[in-house]
Design a binder for this molecule. Structure first.
Ligand SMILES: Nc1ncnc2c1ncn2[C@@H]1O[C@H](COP(=O)(O)OP(=O)(O)OP(=O)(O)O)[C@@H](O)[C@H]1O
Ligand SMILES: [Mg+2]
Length: 588
């Protein structure tokens, strides 16, 4: 019930449409009640008592009722659709907004297909009940209640008889409701799994093909597809089993009444017209009972979908800006890590990291794969929070800064390049939509991307496919670099940003960056010595700890990890002896 209450809470802004449709519905129900009364008059007055001039009034009454109810039905349908679409749209909006706010750690575990199913299938599950199904429920209850009162006033004995079977009906409805709820829960879960299977397959189709796993993937899909089908059939099976029983009970009430009613007419306890009127009302009382399984279906579907929607909406945003952030005009870019340690789930990924990067300095981070390089830079923009220790920017704990201000001051090229299926121009301007074409071109030139962009059929207006399909790895990286540069950030983070770019292009980008870098604090993660050797400080990580630090020269002199890495990278060109001689000559 809590879930439904929350769902209806979303309808509040559109409640005037809802109440209007409710009023139309109730008027229509009441008008519908007049017809059996007119039929009674037809039989008793016109047919039996031959009051023929009465007929025209009856016909006019029936036609008028018909016109009004048709018009109201039309308005009712429009209003219901309007309020339901508005409600769903605002829930969808909140879900999307919440998805934007959730942190990296949520997405580490979330599955895209699963999330998509909440934004599509589950919302649809809610839509049919809010408020359409709910109003059907109101319709059933009100119709049932009004007819019951009318029937009681016509003949209480007949009415009581018609209710004899009701306890069975309530009992069976209870069982049905429980079973159908479980069935819908299972279907929704299975639907999410199926969606994930499809989404992951499409995203990874190139890997599937390269490893010739199409048949295995089809088999995997077939299993989920079958599961989904079975869960769907199960719902049909439950509805199929219980609905006719419930209908049967409804119909039996009718049979009992006609039987006993016929008997009363024969005994002249009621008139024929009254029996016909009774008959009309009885239908009005029985159909809500017959519609009950369908309404319960919709209710349970909305309930189970609603729960999943609120699960997502209530998922806590782990990283938030402070309520009262410290206001600073512009971040200068002095970055300090103070005894920072960090762990994701188990085991520390970073241990006691201390870094002091003054504004404009270039800090390089090296280390084997999995050493913790990305983890370090992800802390600067609070994509994750440190488990212990502090990170200060311009002397202020980053947790005291407004999140937008903080992230706006950082330009990041992530290790895995992601481009949107949009034009190259818009991809570069992603963080800075107001940038002029000139600024975009300048950023592209700095990232050494301008020339290849100009060679493309539509230049900057070329649309790249999803995730940048149609571009080479190095081209994608250069667009991502341009995107980061265009933000003109105080802090620039390059996480393996030139790994797919050849040495020569990399050198040219480095040179361009040097010209730009004035004032920008730069963190550069790279494996190539050539990418880091001119850094103000090179930090060498091993298993989450800093094991060496210093300038290129200092680290070479140290003859430690960095030196061995250096030798390893140059050994194809020079012998060990030559390298040592060169180093001696440059005084290292
Ligand atoms: N999102 C995450 N959730 C859990 N563990 C993670 C996550 N990201 C990284 N790790 C773990 O933290 C450690 C450091 O990972 P990190 O990505 O920082 O390494 P890296 O030095 O950037 O490696 P690479 O050179 O391969 O990019 C690894 O052991 C990794 O398994
Ligand atoms: Mg990394």
């Amino acid at each position: 019930m809590g879930t439904l209450k929350k769902l209806f809470g979303y309808m509040k802004p559109y409640s005037k449409y809802f109440y209007l449709s409710l009023i139309l519905l109730i008027i229509n129900i009441i008008l519908g009640m007049v017809n059996p009364y007119l039929q009674r008059l037809l039989v008793d007055k016109v047919l039996l008592k031959k009051e023929n001039n009465f007929l025209i009034y009856l016909v006019m009454g029936m036609v008028s009722i018909s016109i009004v109810t048709s018009l109201f039905s039309y308005l009712f349908t429009l209003l219901v659709e309007y309020s339901s679409q508005k409600t769903i749209s605002s829930i969808r909006h909140d879900m999307y907004k919440h998805l934007q706010e959730l942190s990296f750690s949520f997405y580490d575990k979330a599955r895209t297909g699963e999330l998509m199913s909440r934004l599509t299938g589950d919302l649809e599950g809610v839509r049919i009940f809010v408020p359409g199904g709910f109003l059907q429920l109101v319709n059933s209850i009100v119709t049932f209640a009004i007819t019951l009162i009318i029937l009681f006033t016509i003949n209480y004995k007949l009415t009581l008889l018609s209710l004899v079977l009701s306890p069975f009906l309530i009992y069976i409805s209870g069982i049905f409701n429980k079973k159908i709820k479980n069935a819908f829960d299972e279907l929704r879960r299975e639907y999410a799994v199926l969606n994930t299977t499809i989404q992951e397959n499409i995203t990874g189709i190139k890997v599937v093909k390269a490893f010739v796993q199409e048949v295995a993937e089809i088999a995997k899909f077939k299993k989920e597809n079958k599961e989904n089908m079975m869960k769907g059939i199960n719902i049909g099976y439950i509805s199929g089993k219980y609905a006719p029983v419930m209908w049967f009970i409804g119909d039996m009430s009718f049979v009992i009444l006609i039987w006993f009613g016929g008997f009363l007419v024969q005994r002249h306890e009621i008139t024929l017209g009254e029996l016909i009127q009774f008959n009309g009302y009885l239908w009005a009382m029985i159909w809500p009972l017959r519609a009950l399984p369908n309404i319960l279906n919709m209710y349970e579907q909305a309930n189970s979908s609603g729960e999943r929607i609120f699960d997502l909406l209530n998922y806590k945003v782990q990283i938030k800006g402070p309520d009262n952030p410290i206001n600073i005009e512009k971040i200068k870019g002095n970055v300090v890590f103070k005894n920072v340690s960090m762990r994701y789930d188990e085991g520390y990924a970073l241990k006691n990291i201390n870094i002091s990067a003054e504004k404009g300095k270039k800090i390089a981070i090296m280390g084997a794969t999995g050493a913790g390089k990305t983890s370090i830079v992800n802390l600067i923009g609070r994509f994750y929070d440190a488990t212990c220790g502090k990170i200060l920017i311009d002397g202020i704990d980053i947790k005291e800064l407004d999140l937008k201000t903080l992230r706006d001051s950082i330009g990041i090229v992530m290790q895995e390049t992601f481009l949107f299926s949009d034009t190259i121009k818009d991809n570069i301007a992603f963080g800075n939509p107001d940038a002029t074409m000139e600024e975009i071109i300048d950023a592209a030139k700095a990232a050494d991307a301008h020339d290849f962009i100009m060679e493309m059929p539509e230049g900057y207006d070329t649309i790249v496919g999803e995730r940048g399909v149609g571009l080479s790895g190095g081209q994608k990286q250069r667009i991502a670099i341009a995107r980061a540069i265009l933000k003109n950030p105080s802090i620039l983070i390059l996480d393996d940003a030139t790994s797919s770019v050849d040495m020569e292009t990399e050198a040219s980008i480095q040179e361009n960056l040097k010209n730009l870098e004035n004032g920008k604090t730069t963190f550069i993660i790279a494996h190539r010595i050539s990418s880091v050797k001119d850094a103000d400080e090179i930090i060498v990580l091993e298993n989450g700890s800093i094991v060496e630090r210093g300038t290129h020269k200092e680290l070479i002199k140290k003859r430690g990890l960095y030196y061995h890495n250096f030798k390893e990278q140059y050994k194809t060109m020079f012998s060990d002896e030559m390298i040592d001689n060169i180093l001696k000559e440059v005084g290292a």
